[in-house]
Design a protein around this ligand. Structure first.
Ligand code: PLP
Length: 722
C-alpha cells in the first residue's frame, strides 16, 4: 500500500501501550496485554472466562473491561493466576487462536487496499464499551465482528461518546430517571492515534462558523479497526467539546453537529489515515454528510458538483432502518444553514441548491430537510433490513424517487446476529458436541444444522434448563439490588426472591419502550395477566427496556406496568430489569423460554433480539412483522397476525386477545406436557425447529455474505426488488 505511512494508524500506538501493560504483569500472563486491546477474545468460547479468572471482583466491577482487569487486579490475584498452570495454558491457547485468526489472508475478491468503510452513529461491541443505545448499534457491532470472521477488509468509523447513552433507574412508582456515567478512554480497550511526531492525530471539521478539532481513538474488533472520533479535546471551545458527549443528544443543534462530525469528520479521518475505501457503507442516515464530503473533496480537485456527486454515488451504499417517515428527522432550513453553514460553498451550491439535497420534494421550499434524503440521493445501492421493510421503504420513498413504489431502487438485506456473540454457553457447548468441528464458520449453510434433529430430546431440554437457571440466578441478584435502591420493603423483596422459579415457564419481553412496540398489550387485560402469572402452573414474566429521556408517553407506559406491582402474583412472578443493555440482553435472550414481540405492523423494520432467543433455543411469540414474517414456518414458534389496520385500538384489542389466547391454549399446555423423564418432547421439537430454521438464515454470516455479494461488490446500482 504505502511503504511509509506519515501517520501511525493506531497499530504502533497500541504496541507501545500493550508493551507497557505487559511489563506490569507477571511474565506468564504478559501475552494477555495485547489480547486485552482487541475485542476478538469476547467471541471466543472461554475467552471471557480467562479474564474473569484473573480477578473476578475487578472483572465485575469494571463491566468486564479486560484492560482495567489487568491494570487493577490485586497483586495477589495476579500472582495466583500466574501460578495456575491450567489458567496459563488456557490463556496461551486463547492468544494463539486469536493471533491465527488475525493472520489469515483477506477473503477472495477483496483487497486490503480497497477496504469497505462502515460509518454508524453507534456501536454495540461489548458491554464494557458504552457507545451504543440499542438495536442499531448492536447490529453494527455484529457487522464488524462478522466482517472480521469472514476476513472482509472493513474499517469502521463512529463517535466516542464519553458519557455514552443514559443509564436508567426507576423510582418506586415506576417512573424512569436518567443518569450518565463518564468513561475515561484511557481505561478502555482503545488507543489514541498519533501523527509522526507522536502528537494526537488531529482532524478538523468545519461546523458553525468555525473548525471543530477531533482526536481519533482506535478500538480493535478482531481484524476490523474501529476509529472513534472525539471532540472533547483541548483547544475546542466548551460547546464543541460537548458535541460528542452523549449518544442521541436531545439538543437538536448539537445532534446536527454530531452528524457533521460523523459524516464529514469520518471521511476526513479515513483520508488522514490514508485509507481509500472502495465502498462507504452508511448504516442509517446519521452519517449521510459523508457522501457530501466525498463530493466536496472532488470539487476541491476541480470537478463540477454533478461530476463529484456522481463519483461519490459510485462509492456509497446506504442501509435504512426507519420504517416511519417521522422517524427520519428533519430540520428547518435556518437550523441546517446555521450548523452546516460552510458546506454549501464547499459544494459550489447556493443555499437552496444545498437544501434541495435534503428535501423529499426538492422543489418544496417550505419543507424541512434531513439526512435520509441526502443518503438516498447519493448512494448507488439502498437497502432495508427485512423483506417487508424493503417493501415499506419503497412505498415510503416513492415520492423522493418520483417513480411507482415497485420501481423505487431499494431492496433489502435481512438482518442477522453474530452467532458466537449471542449463542450462550449452554446451547453452544451442546451444539459443539453434535455439529461438525468448526461449524460456526459454516453457520449460513442449512446442512450444518441438520444434526440438531438427532440430538436426544433430554439433552436439548437440559441445555434449556441450564440456561433458564442461570438467568433466574442473575435476575435474583439484579432485582434485589434494583428494588432495594428503589425503596421497596425487605418483605416485598424476599417474596420476589422466593417467588422466582428456575423451572417455571419464563416469558421475556425486552426492547426500547416506544409506543409502537406496545409493551402495554401485556397489561391491557389485567385479569387475564393475573390469572396467567398466578395460575397453578407457574408462569413468570421478565421485562426490560429504556424509554427515550424526552418521551414522556413511553415513560408513562413503563409506569403503567407498575400499577399491579403489589398484587401478590405480580410481586413474585413479574420482574422488571433496570437499565437494559448488552449484558442483560444476553442473559434474557439466553434463558427465556418464550420471547414476546408485539410491535404495531409494519413498524418493526427487522428486530434482532428474537433471533438471539432462537439461537439459544427460545421460542418466539411475535407479530408477523420484520424478520419474523420471514422466519415463522408454523412450527418454530408462534405468530400473531401482521396485517396493517388503521384502527389502532381495534388492532390492539385483537392482538392482545391473540397473545393471551396463544399463551393460555398453546404455550402453557405444551410446556407442561412431559414424558416419563420430565421432558416436554413436543416443546423440544419446536426448539429444534427454531435452531434449524433460524440458525442458518438469521445469523450474521448469511447477512454479511449477502452484503459482500449483492452490495459491496456490485458495480452498478442494483436492480429493484430482489
Ligand atoms: C439485540 C439487542 C437489541 C435489538 O432488539 P430488538 O428489540 O429486537 O430490535 C436492542 N438492545 C440490545 C441491548 C440488544 O442486545
Amino acid at each position: 500500500m504505502h511503504d511509509h505511512l506519515p501517520i501511525d494508524n493506531g497499530a504502533a500506538a497500541r504496541s507501545s501501550i500493550t508493551a507497557s501493560l505487559a511489563r506490569r504483569l507477571p511474565e506468564k500472563l504478559a501475552s494477555l496485554a495485547p489480547l486485552a486491546y482487541n475485542y476478538r477474545w469476547s467471541w471466543e468460547p472461554g475467552g471471557a472466562a480467562v479474564f474473569e479468572a484473573i480477578d473476578a471482583e475487578v472483572w465485575d466491577r469494571t463491566d468486564h473491561n479486560p484492560v482495567r482487569t489487568l491494570v487493577e487486579a490485586r497483586p495477589e490475584a495476579l500472582e495466583r493466576a500466574a501460578a495456575d498452570s491450567d489458567l496459563v495454558a488456557r490463556a496461551d491457547d486463547l492468544v494463539a487462536t486469536v493471533e491465527d485468526d488475525l493472520d489469515r489472508p483477506f477473503a477472495s475478491g477483496f483487497s486490503r487496499d480497497q477496504p469497505i468503510a462502515f460509518l454508524c452513529a453507534e456501536y454495540g461491541i461489548h458491554r464494557s464499551l458504552p457507545v451504543y443505545s440499542g438495536g442499531l448499534g448492536v447490529l453494527a457491532g455484529d457487522i464488524l465482528k462478522e466482517a472480521s470472521d469472514l476476513a472482509l477488509p472493513m474499517v469502521a468509523v463512529g463517535l466516542l461518546y464519553r458519557h455514552g447513552y443514559f443509564h436508567q433507574r426507576l423510582d418506586i412508582a415506576g417512573w424512569q430517571h436518567e443518569y450518565w456515567i463518564e468513561a475515561d478512554p484511557d481505561l478502555l480497550p482503545m488507543v489514541r492515534v498519533v501523527d509522526d511526531r507522536g502528537d494526537p492525530l488531529a482532524i478538523d471539521v468545519p461546523v458553525w462558523d468555525r473548525t471543530v478539532r477531533l482526536h481519533v481513538w482506535r478500538v480493535d474488533v478482531g481484524r476490523v479497526p474501529l476509529y472513534l472520533l472525539d471532540a472533547d479535546v483541548p483547544g475546542n471551545n466548551p460547546i464543541d467539546r460537548f458535541v460528542t458527549s452523549r449518544l442521541y443528544e436531545a439538543n437538536r443543534d448539537l445532534r446536527l453537529a454530531q452528524y457533521a462530525l460523523l459524516g464529514i469528520g469520518g471521511i476526513r479521518a479515513l483520508q488522514a489515515l490514508h485509507l481509500e475505501p472502495a465502498t462507504v457503507h452508511l448504516n442509517e442516515g446519521h452519517a449521510a454528510l459523508g457522501a457530501l464530503e466525498l463530493a466536496a473533496t472532488d470539487l476541491g480537485r476541480g470537478s463540477s458538483f454533478e461530476q463529484a456527486s456522481k463519483a461519490a454515488k459510485q462509492r456509497v451504499v446506504f442501509t435504512t432502518h426507519t420504517p416511519v417517515a417521522a422517524g427520519n428527522e428533519t430540520y428547518a432550513a435556518d437550523r441546517i444553514l446555521d450548523v452546516l453553514q460552510q458546506l454549501p460553498d464547499r459544494l459550489g451550491q447556493d443555499r437552496d441548491g444545498f437544501l434541495r439535497l435534503g428535501r423529499i420534494n426538492p422543489d418544496d421550499e417550505h419543507a424541512e430537510a434531513g439526512m435520509t434524503p441526502v443518503a438516498l440521493r447519493l448512494s448507488r445501492h439502498v437497502n432495508g433490513v427485512s423483506e417487508r421493510h424493503g417493501e415499506v421503504a419503497r412505498n415510503m420513498w416513492s415520492g423522493l424517487f418520483q417513480v411507482e413504489p415497485d420501481d423505487v431502487p431499494i431492496n433489502h438485506v435481512t438482518n442477522g446476529v453474530h452467532l458466537p456473540t449471542w449463542m450462550a454457553a449452554p446451547m453452544r457447548s451442546l451444539l459443539d458436541r453434535y455439529l461438525e468441528a468448526g461449524w460456526t464458520r459454516q453457520a449460513a449453510d442449512p446442512q450444518t444444522w441438520a444434526p440438531v434433529a438427532g440430538i436426544p430430546d433430554g439433552e436439548v431440554w437440559a441445555a434449556r434448563c441450564e440456561a433458564r437457571e442461570q438467568l433466574i440466578a442473575y435476575v435474583r441478584r439484579r432485582i434485589a439490588r434494583d428494588r432495594l435502591a428503589r425503596g421497596q420493603s425487605l418483605d416485598y423483596i424476599e417474596r420476589t426472591l422466593a417467588g422466582l422459579d428456575p423451572e417455571a415457564l419464563t416469558l421475556g419481553f425486552a426492547r426500547r419502550v416506544a409506543a409502537y412496540k406496545r409493551l402495554y398489550l401485556l397489561r391491557s387485560d389485567p385479569d387475564r395477566l393475573l390469572r396467567l402469572v398466578g395460575g397453578e402452573r407457574p408462569v413468570q414474566l421478565l421485562f426490560a427496556g429504556k424509554a427515550h429521556p424526552a418521551d414522556d408517553g413511553a415513560k408513562g407506559i413503563l409506569r403503567s406496568m407498575f400499577e399491579f406491582k403489589d398484587a401478590p402474583q405480580v410481586a413474585e412472578r413479574v420482574a422488571f430489569l433496570e437499565d437494559y443493555g448488552m449484558a442483560s440482553g444476553a442473559m434474557l435472550t439466553m434463558g427465556c423460554d418464550v420471547w414476546i414481540n408485539v410491535p404495531r405492523p409494519p413498524l418493526e423494520a427487522s428486530g434482532t433480539s428474537g433471533m438471539k432467543s432462537s439461537l439459544n433455543g427460545g421460542l418466539n411469540l411475535s407479530v408477523l412483522d420484520g424478520w419474523w414474517g420471514e422466519a415463522y414456518d408454523g412450527d418454530n414458534g408462534w405468530a400473531i397476525s401482521g396485517d396493517v389496520d388503521h384502527n389502532a385500538g381495534a388492532q390492539d384489542a385483537r392482538h392482545a386477545d391473540e397473545l393471551y389466547g396463544l399463551l393460555e391454549r398453546q404455550v402453557l399446555p405444551l410446556f407442561h406436557n412431559r414424558d416419563a423423564d420430565g421432558v416436554p418432547t413436543a416443546w423440544v421439537r419446536r426448539v429444534k425447529g427454531a435452531l434449524m430454521t433460524v440458525g442458518p438464515r438469521f445469523c450474521a454470516t448469511r447477512m454479511m455474505q449477502d452484503y459482500a455479494r449483492d452490495v459491496y461488490t456490485a458495480e452498478t446500482p442494483a436492480a429493484t426488488r430482489s
